[in-house]
Ligand binder design. Sequence first.
Ligand code: AGP
Length: 815
Amino acid sequence: MVPVDFAAERAMGKGGCGIFAYVNHGVGRSQRFIVDALVTGLRRLEYRGYDSAGLSLDRVPSLKAASTGSNGHGAGHGGAGQGGSAPLVFRATGKVDALVACVESTGPTSGLAWEVELDFHAGIAHTRWATHGPPLPKNAHPHVSDSGHAFVVVHNGIITNHAPLREMLQRHGFVFESDTDTEVIPKLAKYLYDSFPPTPDNSPRLSFLQLVQLVVRELDGAYALIFKSSHYPGELVAAKRGSPLLLAIRDPAAADAATAAAAAAAGEHLQQRSNSSGGSGGAATGAADGVLATADSHDRPAMTQRPRPGKRRRADQIEFFLASDASAVIEHTKKVVVLEDDDCVHLAGGSYAVYRLQRGGPPAADGAPAPASAFLSGDGADAHGGVLLNPPATVHRVIQTLELEVEQIMRGKWDHFMAKEIHEQPDSLRQTMRGRVISPGPACPAGRIQLGGISGFVGAIRRSRRIMFIACGSSFHGCLAVRPLVEELTELPVQLELASDFLDRRCPVFRGDTCVFVSQSGETADTLRALEYAKSAGALCVGVVNAVGSAIARATDCGIHINAGAEIGVASTKAYTSQIVSLVMMALLLSEDSASKATRRAEIIAALQTLPDAVADVLRLDAQIRVLATSLVKEQSMLVFGRGWNYATALEAALKVKEVALMHSEGILAGEMKHGPLALVDASLPLLCVATSDGHLAKMESVCEQLRARGGRIILMVDDARGRLAQAAGSTPDGASRVLVVPRTVDCLQSVVNAVPLQLLAYHLTVLRGHNVDRACPRPSVLPPCLHALLRFYLTRMTMPHAEPRNLAKSVTVE
Ligand code: AGP
């Protein structure tokens, strides 16, 4: 198995939404097992942030439902009037635990029978991050078509044309219960379904796939969608455009790897279904292969790929999972199919097929989708009375093997993912450099850099008229940290762009430009849109991403995988430091032909090799930083000053403190101190000054002096050489009230070392202030549950802007 880092096909639609489905075919599973599987899937997606959750599964057919309807607490409701066939839907605000409580309390009266085994079943689940409408049960997913739950849908993304669709559906008698954009989708499915009366034997005229094809072509925006329907029991259809989605496959029969490998070689199981369009041929296949080639063109292949089996046969026993994120499926299986935009998956009868959807159809005068007959071929009906749509082409998507280990998505001994990921940094940095930083040897006395993903493009990048780095948030700070080195080593103009501003300005981009897109998730909407924009202008587009197989990794011409490993915490920590190292390696590679830079390059390559140890050393400050955090816990605000190589450090430290500790903090370029920020300085405001040794130290010391003259309460970060000197003199450097002494490395890598204690500071501040680190929630987690519930009750009703978690989602896939 080729090592892969599938850190995060985990961006989401609306902020932190998570999507999950579980299908068992020929494998008897109790309803308790099914609910557990769905709930566990949601728990694995919790780190993304969310404010409500829901799930849908079938009632036990033999039980007559009490048909509870919504009980006002988001409890299960079971499709009144549909007897035993309507899917049950449970929705709750708050955490997954609240959903579990809701299912436990209302399930048995709604048609759930915990111990009854179902051989075939399809369940769907969702965590929602409120965008359209506040976090209330009625706005949580799944959304339904009608009181009978004929269609039930979970959705990540945003439907930009939901308003006209809603109006049209209301004109046709549909009554909406939620404020969401999503609700139009199941209702549109029912509207279209009802426009085709069933066959005389009461079978649907449209296949589930055909129906979803009709629905999806009416939707504008971004989506990962899963449809479930009482008309198509045991089936699911999923569609993707702009929001990540993967299909995972578990063959219970392939209990051990040897058996699985042998069976795979013989093409014996996990077959992909084909339809009359001829399976893997055609442009769609080409596109798929191209996509994978793009991923592979980065210097590490995304996943091992198993050749498509030649024979096609249904598996008698099989389980499928659909998820927005690999972390939700990894404990079940490593076999996944990563879906592309406009892919649609149909799961039915123990097999799956992937199709390419075409979008857009002529609207009718009242804005309703064109009569479905417009999409029909021939006379609109086949010999059996079924409707013929022009069938979408199937497309071959290889089954790939994740190299994500379950441990990577578990906290292990750590209380929080953020702590785990901060402390993993010596290893993540080694991983980023593995096989890429070549030690000095007889053939190459100064050492060299090897980056397979961009090696074929070095000449083109060097010939660019300028290099533009485009990113958001911490990824932008990573670019800022390395800009001076790229300028120094390449002597090219280097421009930094926040992706949103780049787009707002319609920044001029030319064919001779190289645009470097830096992203942990590889799915950030602004960065992705900026990439599309730069591509359309003809620029050479380079990706520097952590998430292998992500949209940015796929869409760029070439790139570097950051290889930091799965980053689950909402705050970027190890990905940030590995981004800096990746960009430093890129700068070194771009200058490898420059004799005048040889000494400098050798110095940096040597420092790269000792960098993980320096980071391990700085992590030993953890206890000291906790003490510092204790002294700051009640503060309202903090300023962080840095300059030169550490301007980025100041911005990144302030962002971390804001993002997780929910404390105001500003990162300030020290050279700007006199141009305004000095007015804020008094004896009460903590000022963190990053003053490690580099060519700007004298200027930084002067800034500290001026801050001190104003009575500023300085917390100083210095390197060990300066720390020792001050100690010998029996004073603290620059009269600081507190000093953090960090190991020294070469100037252009010092920002990596310096970032780590500031990450720890943000972490400890967050814990001490009582916030949830990985899903930073403004409410103190120390409140007893009853008070917490009471507080939530009032906050929800008062619809205060701060009533819900305010942290950024892990990835932001809506502009
Ligand atoms: C950092 O802690 C944040 N989570 C955020 O600023 C993040 O870096 C930004 O949203 C960009 O994300 P990306 O790297 O996944 O593109």
